[in-house]
Design a protein around this ligand. Structure first.
Ligand code: NOJ
Ligand code: CA
Length: 710
């Protein structure tokens, strides 16, 4: 800028701005989304503080918010920056996921990379921003440099200054679990509700009265839907958010390790991407591919071994207390002192040869790909031995589980057995056995493993979401890929779109799944929220399909019930996206309702296309999805405890084509608590011009299969 011209514009800019310009501390850089509806602005505020803001259709989404990190034992990366350069580029590619909600995914953004230097310390940090039509992603990059080699993060201080006291769908900030009921409240009410939100839940290591987890779903009073999360969580600790509830500013809060540090980095290094998805339509949040797009393409050369899976399992019977994982009634015994051939079996061990064969037969008869078998291996009696760093060795079956014969039998029926590795949180023990465990799987023909991390992490002091554990989960994925094994991680960190890079990560739990319906229950609106929160990062192994929702009918001691109608249990195969779907109920319950079971048999687990027909977080969601490589479509609709009338039109169908719609719906008298099993099935011919009106019971929903008529 020509300094001689400054006085002319000084009146408009104001004195302060002018001074800042003269000092070179305030230089606004702007970029827009490809469709120009989002505008990102980045400046160095007074004192050389990196600051960004975001608008959507001219409305503020993120007000000016600070960026930076506090480091341990060395000066922070928060202030005193000057701008060295700003580079811009545009990117547009369309890629094909190995599995997914659509056949192809467009990755289209404008990028701004601002390189900052901190003259006082001679250090450099780059901020990279990508603005998509559906939101913003940005990260910190630490180039290799003489004055910044190894460093320890004390705290990341990324702010998200919100434009108001939004409605929030939140989970208490916890370093070890996401298995909470979601609380719906205004942000200003978080503090008052925190205590009751934590009570009765799995873990209580919440870090503050206003700390919450991501993905955090927000809705502004003027109808903007905003989702804050992270993408590509690799070699870094998981981010939570601390709310300043006076100013409505969220700030990053990283999960500490055993000594309270929040990340050990060595340049060159990057933080994960921080993501803000925004739209004035709720359905756009559900359709966003931003988190996936911010992950790196896979480097796997051969992906032919990765396949979506529909499965049943020896599982719900243990979860509900009808049978047991363990083979004996001994409690906390020392494992290597047990001769299983000499002890008396407890008579309730689920994973026994005869019973597993029944499941294999059921799976084969109804066209399922696999049977999960939990409780097959020794160690369940020695849970506390994990503190001594042993327990499970992942290769020793109980005496009534013949690993060779059962895998042979399954194979002869065209079915796979899914391996189960419950680690009891003893991670060092698991890593020590990992290679042998995966070789064992290869030997007997297993191609998928469900991992589990129940309880405190050993080594003690570590948290499920700290950097050391993030590295562990990713190490397991890499090791599994070497053995061509697919992974479904339970109690692991919530996903951040990593399945683009590691497509063998076909499932995760990391939220309150169906199991909680057997531990006291979940709210009836739970499944109208999860797609807006947890599923933003990736698919969930929610384990739907419970037809006998009253558990006391088969285990009198358990008074829990599933907070859903039977018809809605069918809808979940469409609304809870996952390439790994379980029919979780007991075979005898499916045999009582084979007409409804037909939907679970028919529904696809991999898709060419996905539409959101109706959506409002906490109230209802209706999806339509087209089966991969087929002309058939499936619709699923879930609603909250109030029930509603759903009105959809089928204009997504191929024009001129006729389809047979089979509609699995709540009966007029259905109710998730009082009358959950009341359903009706009807058939009707439909076209792309058809409009449907469908009643959803309280805690209910419906499912439709649409098959083209030749
Ligand atoms: C918790 C998991 O979520 C559940 O699916 C599993 O059966 C148990 N842990 C035992 O590993
Ligand atoms: Ca769990």
């Amino acid at each position: 800028m020509n300094p001689l011209r400054i006085p002319v514009s000084a009146r408009r800019l104001g004195l302060l701005t002018l001074l800042c310009l003269l000092w070179g501390t305030l230089r606004a850089e702007e970029i827009q989304s490809p469709n120009k509806q989002l505008t990102l602005s980045v400046t160095l505020a007074e004192g050389g503080v990196p600051t960004y803001s975001l608008t959507y259709k001219g409305r503020p989404v993120i007000k000016p918010s600070k960026l930076g990190l506090e480091l341990k034992n060395v000066p922070s990366l928060l202030t005193g920056f000057t701008q060295a350069s700003a580079e811009r580029r545009s990117f547009d590619e369309t890629w094909t996921p190995v599995w997914g909600e659509s056949k192809t995914i467009r990755n289209h953004y404008n990028e701004l990379a601002v390189t900052l230097t901190q003259p006082a310390t001679k250090r450099t940090m780059r901020l990279r921003f990508r603005v998509f039509d559906d939101g913003l992603g940005f990260r910190y990059e630490f180039p290799r440099q003489p004055e910044l080699g190894y460093f320890t993060v004390k705290e990341e201080r990324t702010q998200f200054a919100l434009a108001g006291d939004h409605k929030a769908f939140w989970l208490p900030g916890d370093y070890d679990t996401q298995e909470y009921s979601t609380v719906t409240s205004k942000l200003s009410e978080v503090r008052g509700l925190m205590k009751s939100a934590v009570t009765g839940n799995a873990s209580q290591t919440t870090f503050s009265p206003t700390g919450v987890q991501t993905p955090l779903m927000l809705k502004s009073q003027d109808g903007l839907y905003i989702n804050i999360h992270e993408a590509a969580l690799i070699d870094y600790s998981c981010m939570h958010l601390e709310l300043d509830d006076k100013n409505m500013v969220l700030e990053s809060h990283l999960t500490p390790d055993a000594v309270g540090d929040k990340g050990l980095l060595q340049t060159p290094a990057n933080s994960p991407w921080r993501t803000v998805i925004v739209s004035d339509k709720a359905g756009d949040i559900l359709l966003s591919k931003l988190v996936l797009n911010l992950n790196e393409p896979t480097k796997f050369k051969d992906v032919s071994w990765i396949k979506p899976v529909k499965y049943v399992g020896v599982w719900w019977e243990m979860i509900t207390g009808k049978s047991t994982w363990s083979y004996t009634n001994m409690d906390n015994i020392k494992l290597d002192s047990v001769d299983y051939l000499k002890v008396k079996p407890n008579g309730t061990h689920g994973a026994n040869n005869a019973h597993v064969k029944e499941y294999i037969d059921f799976a084969a008869k109804h066209g399922f790909d696999a049977v999960l078998v939990e409780g097959w291996n020794t160690g369940w009696e020695d849970w506390f031995g994990k503190h001594k760093d042993y327990v499970f060795d992942f290769v020793t079956p109980y005496p009534d589980f013949d690993v060779q014969e059962l895998n042979r039998y399954a194979q002869s029926k065209g079915v796979k057995i899914i391996m189960h590795h419950e680690t009891s949180g003893s991670v060092r023990n698991y890593e020590r056995h990992l290679d042998t465990a995966f070789q064992f799987m290869n030997k007997y023909g297993y191609n998928a493993v469900k991992t589990g991390y129940v309880g405190d992490i050993v080594p003690l002091g570590h948290h499920h979401y700290d950097q050391w554990m993030i590295d562990h989960y990713n190490y397991v994925l890499e090791k599994a890929a070497e053995h061509k094994i697919m992974v479904n991680g339970h109690e692991a960190v919530r996903p951040t779109g990593l399945s683009r890079t590691f497509p063998n990560l076909i499932g995760n739990e990391a939220a309150r799944g169906t199991e909680y319906e057997a531990f006291g229950g979940s709210n009836a609106d739970h499944t109208t929220i999860l797609p807006f929160t947890r599923l933003i990062g990736g698919p969930m192994d929610y384990t739907p399909g419970i037809f006998q929702t009253r558990i006391s009918t088969f285990n009198p001691g358990n008074t829990s019930f599933v907070h859903s109608t039977l018809a809605r249990q069918l809808a979940l195969y469409v609304t809870m996206y996952s390439p790994l779907q379980m029919a979780a109920d007991l075979p005898e319950h499916y045999n009582q309702h084979l007409d409804a079971f037909q939907f679970i048999k028919d529904v696809a687990v991999d898709w060419d296309d996905t539409k959101v027909l109706e959506a409002e977080p906490g109230d209802y969601i209706t999806y339509a999805r087209k089966a991969k490589g087929k002309s058939s479509w499936f619709i699923g609709s879930t609603c909250d405890e109030n029930g509603r009338t759903s009105r959809i039109d089928l204009s997504f169908l191929e024009p001129g084509k006729k389809y047979t719609a089979t509609i699995y719906a709540d009966a007029p008298t259905a109710h998730y608590e009082k009358n959950p099993q009341a359903y009706q099935i009807r058939k009707q011919t439909v076209t792309s011009k058809t409009k449907l009106t469908q009643l959803c019971a309280p805690g209910g929903g419906y499912a439709i299969s649409l098959v083209a008529v030749n």
